[in-house]
Structures are given as structure tokens and as C-alpha cells.
Design a protein around this ligand. Sequence first.
Ligand code: ZN
Length: 362
Amino acid sequence: MSVTNFGDIGKTDGQTEAKFHTNKVNAGGLVFLPAVASRFALQGTVGDDVHATMARIASGKDGIMMGLRAVFLSLILFGICPANAAPQVLATLKPVHSLVAAVMAGAGSPELLIGGALSEHSYELKPSDARKLQAAALIFEIGPDMETYLSGALSSARAKVVVLEEAPGVRRQPARHGGLWGEDEDAHGPSDPHVWLDPQNAIAMTRAIAEALAHSDPEHAALYRANAAKRITELASLDQEIAATLAPVRTQPYLVFHDAYHYFEARYGLSAAGAITVSPERPVGARRIAALREAVLQGKAVCLFREPQFPPKLIETLDADTKIRVGVLDPLGAELAPGPTLYPTLMRHLAQSLAGCLRKNR
Ligand SMILES: [Zn+2]
């Protein structure tokens, strides 16, 4: 596989090199699962032939070809010319899908695996998902710590799999344990997989997405890189905007529903005190609820944030008891329509929700 240069797309600050899993093939910064298909080389060849033919026809020098000219032009108009087709791309989570959709704008649209308001942690593949996985030529995922449900399915998929948490420049945070973060070691892996909640990571991921697409679909490489450069500029200003929104509330302690926001909190210097649940799909024990109640009564948290995809029942127990203020944080865009704007909207909503709840001092 050829070496991919991530350096030419709008770098913003010092990037740290990510480590790579040893069971993956490292293709110059892109991480692919072994046994990938060679579908793209074939597509490229077919595309080149069609282009050459079209160029001859469009030139109009060959009288016999003149009649065919209109046919080819209508093929182009109706978008069924194989040379113009972007590869079939699948993104696992809404935030990943949003980053990919922005890079693909004008060439095609990625498919989304987990739509709606489903949890990123307790997902189970449906038969229609298996079809999407089989049809995809390129799959973008966070990584094996997040997409645990994909481990079996990907071994039979012919797609190239890009593991975005391992893209160059993505900075990782450890999973948190102890105190109000809980003691359960297997809730997440040793590293926190919610990497997209730092815009600097989103920038690094965008760069990796553009290079993976350019590598698989050289015909649209310039478009992918131009889209990525534009998006990176937007993400850098989004980062500054969020920092300004959160500056007044950085010292205010709060509790979250599950430990999804380490990246966001580290980026903006926030004072999260703990999480309600250690593992979103498991019930919270009475001892833990008592400890959280005590912490709230002692003023160790001024706000408590629930998540839209989980029922508010548990939060209501604490809320009724302690009169703590309650806000909503949505780390996945569960309630947002998928597409390029989902990511910046999701990040703005996080900032606004935190600032709104934490700003009101008692
Ligand atoms: Zn999570």
C-alpha cells in the first residue's frame, strides 16, 4: 500500500502521533484491517477507459461518434456514468458520518450505520446492517473499543476499514476510574473511545478521512482535500467559539449521565465531578445512588446532565431529592438529523447546555 501524506491539509497545531494496533495493517497512517479488497484499482481502470472514450466523443471529430455523444451526455446528466461514482462509504456513528459527509460533499454521501436515538454502547447489528457492511467499499469507525458489535462482522466484510481513533494527530484520554467516576474497569477499554468530542481530534479525523477517500477514489481526491481544508477551518473557529462560551463556567462542578465527555472537558478545562452510571446499559446500584446524593447535598455538583437516549427515571430520583438543576447533554447527536452540520451543531449544543445550566449561581 502506498504511503499517505496527511501533512498537506490545513494543519492547525502540534499533533501527537497515535499508536497503532499490531493486528492492523498500517498504510502510512491509515489503519486497515487485513484482507482488504482491491475493488478500487479496478474501478479506477474502468473509469479511465470511460473518460478516454468520453473525451473522444466530446471532441466531436469522429462523425460516427457524434450520435453517441448525446447518449453519453445524458448518462452524465443522470449521474449513472461509472467514472463519476464515489465509492460506497459507511460510517458507524452520527458524528463520524457528519465528518465524512462534509468531506464527500459534491462527490457522494456516506451511509450511516447507527441512526436514530440508539446508544453507541449497546448496539446490536440488524440484517439490514449486515447488507450495508457487505456493500461498503470503505468503512469509517472510531475503533474496536467503541464499535465492539462490529468485531465479528468486519472479518467477512471486503471493505477497507479506517480506524479513526488511531489516525495521526488524534489525542487519546484514559478511561476514568475512582471516586464518583466509579470503579468498573470493563465499562470501556483502557482508553476512552469518545474521541470525537474534541474539535482538534475532529480536525485530525477529517484529515484522515480525506486521505482515505482520496486513496480509494483518486478521481475525486482534489475535491475531498478541498472539502477537508474548508471543514478544518470551520472546526478551528468552532473550537474557539466553544472555548469562549464555556470560559465563565469552567470551575463549576457537575455530574454527567455516563463518562462520555472526558475529551470535551479536557479541551475546555471544565470541572466534571463524576458520572451517574458507570455502564449505560446496566442499572445503577443503591449504594452508588446514595453516594451521588451525598455528593450533591455537599455541593460537589451544581448541575446534573441526563442524555436523551436514556430514560430520565434515575435522574428524577436524585433531582426530586436534592433539587439539583438538570440539563441535557447529547454526545452522539441522537436527536439531530444526520449530515454535515450535525457535528458542529452537536458540539454547540453541548457547550450551550453546559453554560446554561452551570452559569446560574445559587
Ligand atoms: Zn459513550
